[in-house]
Design a protein around this ligand. Structure first.
Ligand SMILES: [Mg+2]
Length: 323
């Protein structure tokens, strides 16, 4: 079992040291038949069958998360979730991950243990093995997660395969993380469901592979906002995508946040990032159960585009890391 985290004023990373910390993080990981050599050697060894899908994501304190807005455990969970979502978006199943972790020496050991507890919990939920990692000192907390996944004999689902005549379908939530961020940014801690959605995205684990098996022609996870990410699909597939406004129900929570923050709830849904739902294109007859059709693909366009009911959506479309 993982040691219980101490309170404020417990030992810092400088006092515990790198090796003590690694020992605590990797203690008692569950056995898996596809992990031949786990953490503790110079490299982990996993058994793979066919092509390997690989993706990396970096989370930096005060850029991607603030410690006062996200408890350490949820930072750990999010670090796993956002990365596994990328593997799902290829139509693959995530099998294992390695983590790079850097933090200031004065960081409380308890923060790191809570972070590691979240990391391990989300690995469990996502069915992913924690294969190993490395720890360093840095001016701020920085987390890099690399995930590996397998395709199970299917072709990868890329961003470039959308075809004119396809429909666009969605699995997962939209607007919730943006709603959480909007209230946290104004100094509130509620609605709780929105705040929690910002802290840990609800990734629809396993559904990327379902989409691939059903014949998805293209797929992406929604990290930057629906319209921005569909823009990536349109660009890579050289098509036009039109989204139907009435395909979206506005949940009461988003309605409440929009009212309290003077924003348009549909804008949260269409442009809010970080929910990591999956959007994919299919032939109309191939849409899997539990996916919601939200739009259509047309082609032969001079310029790839994404419209809402045939019109450009003129609000700030998604998150650009350098803006
Ligand atoms: Mg992605």
């Amino acid at each position: 079992m993982f040691p219980t985290a101490g309170g404020q004023g417990g030992p810092t990373l400088a006092e515990v040291g790198e090796f003590g910390l690694i020992d605590m993080i990797i203690a008692d990981l569950p056995d898996r038949s596809d992990v031949l050599i786990g953490p503790g050697d110079d490299g982990a060894v996993i058994s793979v069958d066919g092509p390997v899908v690989c993706s990396v994501d970096v989370l930096v304190e005060d850029v991607h998360f603030k410690t006062q807005w996200s408890p350490a455990e949820s930072v750990g969970r999010k670090a796993v979730a956002v990365n596994v979502a990328d593997i799902e978006a290829m139509g693959a199943t995530a099998t294992g991950l390695v983590i790079g972790f850097a933090a200031p020496p004065e960081t409380q050991q308890s923060w790191v243990l809570d972070f590691a507890r979240g990391l391990r919990a989300e690995c469990q939920t996502a069915g992913v093995a924690l294969l190993g990692g490395d720890i360093s000192r840095a001016a701020k907390i920085a987390i890099s997660v690399t995930v590996l996944g397998g395709l199970g004999g299917l072709a990868p689902v890329t961003r470039s395969g959308a075809r004119p005549g396809d429909v666009v379908a969605l699995r997962g939530r939209l607007g919730w993380a943006a709603a959480g961020l909007a209230v946290l940014g104004r100094g509130f801690r509620s609605p709780r469901l929105a705040v929690q959605a910002y802290q840990v995205p609800d990734v629809p684990y396993g559904t990327g592979r379902v989409a691939a098996a059903a014949g998805a022609t293209s797929m992406i996870d929604i990290s930057d906002g629906l319209l921005a990410d569909l823009g990536h699909l349109a660009e890579r597939s050289r098509v036009a995508i039109d989204v139907a406004r009435n395909a979206f129900e506005v949940p009461d929570t988003l309605q409440a946040v929009a009212a309290a923050t003077g924003s348009d709830p549909l804008n949260l849904i269409l442009t809010g990032g970080e929910d990591h739902a999956l959007a994919a294109t299919f032939a109309a007859s191939d849409v899997p159960e539990d996916w919601v059709v939200i739009g259509s693909v047309s082609g032969a366009v001079d310029e790839p585009s994404v419209t809402v009911d045939g019109q450009a959506w003129d609000d700030d479309a998604g998150w650009d890391h350098y803006r």
